[in-house]
Design a binder for this molecule. Structure first.
Ligand code: KIV
Length: 285
């Protein structure tokens, strides 16, 4: 495993050599450090942050300031893993200029390696403009969680000819506009495989089956730290919530019974010093 920082070039080389690309989400320094040290290739600082970190009911609770702060913490931990910032709702919809300014904030203030946004056909022009600024852009097709209101829920996309055509068209247009990778979310596996074969840039599956160039999951789903909503495609590898409950209960028990802190977790002082202090203060009072 190379210690060098992943770039657009190395990620493209992985696709060309048919090496599967690994990606997880992260929102804070300690988690990002573990992901980086574990050799994961890419991190998405997703706007899922609004749900899994801030407790909002959906991703619409994410703001630019919130995302920049989380991105900066993640970027500081990543010496090797490539970091992509997710542009929140309202940060790219209004105008090309607005989207360029917000994308620039992520690279200048948070020092991430690229940005991603849920670009529909109306946003192809914005993808092109941000790429022309010199910022690496990841496209996102299939399920767009920011469109939850219009979609009426988090539903699989591209199951019929009309919606499948839309997903393929968007992926092709985003590649043409300069996106260096396309995230495919909640789309049938056969359609993702077809798109992956059609594109020259890598595809990243989150609920898009095994036929993509890489796989992405939301880290709190992987660790079992978020149980308000778990999509059926997410695999839980650990039960961190259970571990945290056990740990916090044990801590409370030890504090209440006086088992903590013990000698090992306290600072020592010589009896002479204490005697001197006691003598001095007892005399005064
Ligand atoms: O916010 C996020 O984590 C995402 C992924 C689900 C693609 O956008």
């Amino acid at each position: 495993m190379s210690d060098k920082k992943h770039t657009v070039k190395t990620i493209q080389e992985m696709k060309d050599k048919k090496e599967i690309i690994t990606m997880l989400t992260a929102y804070d320094y300690p988690t990002a450090k573990q992901i980086n040290d574990a050799g994961i290739d890419m991190i998405l600082v997703g706007d899922s942050c609004a749900m899994v970190v801030h407790g909002h009911p959906n991703t619409l609770g994410a703001t630019m300031d919130m995302m920049v702060l989380h991105c900066a913490a993640v970027a500081r931990a990543c010496t090797r893993t490539m970091v992509i910032a997710d542009m929140p709702f309202g940060s790219f919809q209004y105008s090309v200029e607005d989207s360029m300014r917000n994308a620039a904030r992520f690279v200048t203030e948070a020092k991430v390696d690229g940005v991603k946004f849920e670009a529909t056909p109306n946003h192809i022009e914005k993808t092109r403009a941000i790429v022309e600024m010199g910022i690496a852009v990841v496209g996102h097709v299939g399920l767009h969680p920011q469109a939850i209101g219009a979609l009426g829920g988090m539903k699989v996309q591209g199951k019929d000819v009309e919606t499948a055509r839309k997903v393929v068209r968007e992926a092709l247009d985003l590649q043409e506009a300069g996106a260096f990778m396309i995230i495919i979310e909640a789309v049938p596996a056969k359609l993702s495989s077809y798109i992956t074969k059609k594109l020259s840039v890598p595809t990243m599956s989150i609920g898009g089956g095994p036929g993509c160039s890489g796989q992405l999951l939301v880290t709190p789903d992987v660790l079992g730290m978020f149980d308000k909503f778990t999509p059926s495609f997410a695999k839980r590898y650990q039960d961190f919530n259970k571990l945290m409950q056990q740990t916090f209960k044990q801590y409370a028990e030890e504090v209440r019974t006086g088992a903590f802190p013990d000698e090992e977790h306290s600072y020592a002082m010589s009896d002479e010093v204490l005697n001197a202090i006691e003598e001095e203060f007892e005399k005064k009072s």
